[in-house]
Design a protein around this ligand. Structure first.
Ligand code: CMC
Length: 391
């Protein structure tokens, strides 16, 4: 079988060449298409960031307007898709619904299962980026037994999502500017992170020449796990457990050190000094609560926990720091997003990144099918034993 390099978890395997995102984990640097994440977080909108990731440059005013118009055109779901929501039990996990309905979009747009031109790609990408909000919000409405709220084309991307989540007939939900800014920041900071598990999944599925809907639907499934996007819900569950008196911070850290559980929202395969996204979100969570006059005791617990962990030998030795998921849940709670929707929120934010990577691989044309090898550790050849002779 030839020589095979054993690299569990692909920690040292470059699976592709990519122009999209640069990460230097030693220095805590993250750039989208060359722009530092700190600059984008301060100045850009989520839609500009999505455009940047997918097309390579920030849009001009005209390009941004055109992209916005395209997203508004695509925000409605086909009425046939309503039946899909009705078919799910109200206890169905919103990540399962999101992945299923995004994949089902392909049934409603069969002309886009094959992408023949840049215009086709743009239409498919806009459909997914726009409709993912509607699908996410409707999965929540279904679970709550609330009527579906249709998108409002007059609203910006983030306001429209909050409207579909929280408005009720004849009572329009009006988020504050600080809430909209915090949601923009949340989506923007999650928009891409090079070859993480879900992005690599999208690229792996794409490498078989599978369509965009199926590929990003697979990305959603990969994101769901608690070691990846599911960590943001895990963090809040952990902080709530401490808040409700289930355990204390020192006792929890002791359990972590005894390997009985993990400190959720800590550690990263690449970042070994700090995660720049966590740094921005820590400040944003703090600022947002201050500006809205909200007080969230979980933020105090999170800050105390982070400080305790970062001065503890176990975490220092292993170079474990808060990651993007550690503070993001505080922001989502202040936006009245329920915990089981947290990973869905991550998926909405990550969608432009998945799409940018799918297109990069597709446009390259020379991408080989992803087909890792293994180190076989099973039995040597043996002779078939007839059923009656087995003991
Ligand atoms: N709590 C306690 N110990 C940890 C943690 C943690 N959160 N993370 C890593 N370690 C320990 C791990 O047990 C190992 O210890 P030892 O050397 O004694 O065996 C050492 O640190 C190295 O960890 P690893 O598991 O080899 O690291 P990895 O690169 O394979 O895993 C990770 C990275 C993010 C999966 C892991 O740090 C983790 O499970 N963190 C908690 C879940 C989490 O917050 N995930 C979100 C990641 S960032 C956003 C995203 O990508 O979705």
């Amino acid at each position: 079988t030839g020589y095979i390099t054993y690299d569990p978890g692909y920690a040292n395997t470059g699976s592709c060449k990519s122009d999209v995102t640069f990460v230097d984990g030693e220095k805590g640097i993250l750039r989208y298409r060359g722009y530092p994440i700190e600059d984008l977080a301060e100045h850009a909108t989520f839609i500009e960031t999505a455009y940047l990731l997918i097309f390579g440059d920030l849009p001009t005013r005209g390009q941004r307007q055109k992209f916005r118009d395209l997203l508004s055109e695509q925000e409605l779901l086909h009425e046939g898709l309503r039946h899909h929501f009705e078919g799910f039990p109200s206890t169905g996990h919103p990540m399962a619904i999101l992945s299923a309905v995004i994949n089902a979009l392909g049934c409603y747009h069969p002309d886009l299962l094959e992408i023949d031109s840049k215009a086709d790609f743009l239409r498919a990408a806009a459909k997914i980026i726009s409709k993912v909000r509607t699908i996410a919000a409707w999965s929540y409405r279904k679970a709550q037994g609330l009527p579906f709220m249709y998108p409002d084309p007059k609203l910006s991307y983030c306001r429209n999502f909050l409207h579909m989540m929280h408005s009720i007939p004849h009572r329009h939900y009006e988020p504050t500017d600080a809430q909209v800014r915090a949601l923009t920041l949340f989506f923007l900071l999650h928009a891409d992170h090079e070859q993480n598990c879900s992005c690599s999944t999208v690229r792996m599925v794409q490498s078989t020449e599978a369509n965009l809907f199926a590929s990003v639907s697979a990305g959603i499934c990969a994101l769901w796990g608690r070691l990846h996007g599911g960590a943001n819900a895990g963090v809040i569950e952990m902080l709530e457990h401490i808040h409700e008196g289930g355990t204390s911070i020192p006792d929890y850290l002791e359990k972590v050190k005894n390997k009985e559980c993990k400190l959720m929202g800590f550690g990263h395969r690449i970042y070994k000094s700090f995660d720049p996204r966590a740094k921005i979100l820590r400040k944003a969570a703090h600022d947002m609560l201050e500006s809205t006059g909200h007080d969230d005791p979980l933020l105090d617990i999170a800050l105390e926990m982070a400080d305790a962990a970062m001065s503890d030998e176990y975490f220092i030795e292993r170079r474990l720091y808060p990651n993007v998921d550690f503070y993001s849940g505080i922001i989502l709670r202040a936006l009245n997003i329920p915990v089981n929707m947290f990973t869905v929120m991550f998926a909405i934010g990550r969608m432009p990144g998945w799409i940018a990577h799918w297109y990069e691989a597709y446009a390259d044309g020379a991408t080989k099918i992803h087909r890792p090898r293994q180190v076989y550790t099973g039995r040597e050849p043996r002779v078939y034993v007839p059923l009656d002779s087995r003991i």
